[in-house]
Design a protein around this ligand. Structure first.
Ligand SMILES: [Cu+2]
Length: 269
């Protein structure tokens, strides 16, 4: 076998195996922005695995198609022959995709169970209520409960502590929106009347954008939010700075002292 052909066969075999596809896919990060959560490597691995398998299948099918076009082109003196299928080939092209599909289903099920299964105990809970065209973000205050006077509310500003599990409660006030932070590798529709749940554990500090990934009205394009991932101490400082100020009781009205009425001498007739 020629050296070039041997290299091509070796490269093909290596790329065809999932481990090779994973290694190359993760090393050469194309299209996807940096992942900043504990689950993003698993999602990326699955994405690149599917990409490599479908990519290789695409090029193989196109190459075979091209070869057939040339090999069986119309030529003078060569009559076309009628072939009614080939059982062996049909079994092969049914079994191989079926095995790949089952393998991918099992692999993705594992990832799905981690990302969307029962969330781990959360250190922080955040309620995110979407409305046309803003993200209302709320943290429970020091009492740890929502819908109380010390809730901390912001608009379009989501701060999260790094390396802590955060649970999002996702709601909508009006229409269907979609919470999407590409670096988190997660996207969740916010449907009026339903509270969606997502958990995330950030692994890197930084500033990212929240996009609404559902066409939700005329102002959809400007429905942007901002995520800041910071050290837990900085996060606590930010929470304290944004906590509602205790209301100062209204000042007691100072009693007005009636001006002394000067006695007017009675007029005597
Ligand atoms: Cu929206």
């Amino acid at each position: 076998m020629q050296v070039g052909l041997r290299w091509a066969v070796a490269a093909g075999a290596w790329l065809s195996c999932p481990a090779g596809a994973w290694a190359l896919g993760s090393a050469a990060r194309v299209w996807l922005p940096e992942g900043v959560t504990t689950t993003s490597p698993q999602v990326d691995r699955l994405f690149y695995l599917v990409l490599w398998i479908t990519g290789i299948a695409f090029f193989l099918v196109q190459a075979v198609l091209l070869w057939f076009l040339i090999r069986y082109r119309r030529r003078p003196g060569v009559a076309a022959t009628y072939i009614h299928g080939n059982t062996t080939v049909e079994i092969i092209w049914t079994v191989i995709p079926a095995v790949i599909l089952i393998g991918l289903a099992l692999t993705s099920q594992r990832v799905w169970a981690t990302v969307r299964g029962t969330p781990p105990p959360a250190a922080v809970e955040v309620e995110i209520t979407a409305e046309q065209f803003a993200w209302n973000i709320r943290y429970a205050g020091v009492d740890g409960r929502f819908d109380t006077a010390d809730d901390i509310a912001t608009i379009n500003q989501l701060h999260l502590p790094v390396q802590q599990v955060v649970l999002f409660r996702l709601k909508s006030k009006d229409v269907i929106h979609s919470f999407f932070v590409p670096q988190f590798r997660m996207k969740q529709d916010l449907v009026p009347g339903i509270t969606g749940r997502l958990w995330v554990e950030a692994t890197k500090l930084g500033n990212f954008e929240i996009a609404c990934a559902e066409l939700c009205g005329l102002g959809h394009y400007r429905m942007r939010g901002f995520v800041t991932i910071e050290e837990p101490a900085a996060f606590q400082t930010w929470l304290t700075a944004n906590a509602p100020q205790p209301e100062t009781p209204p000042a007691e009205p100072t009693p007005t002292v009636p001006a002394p009425v000067e006695a007017t001498p009675e007029a005597h007739p």
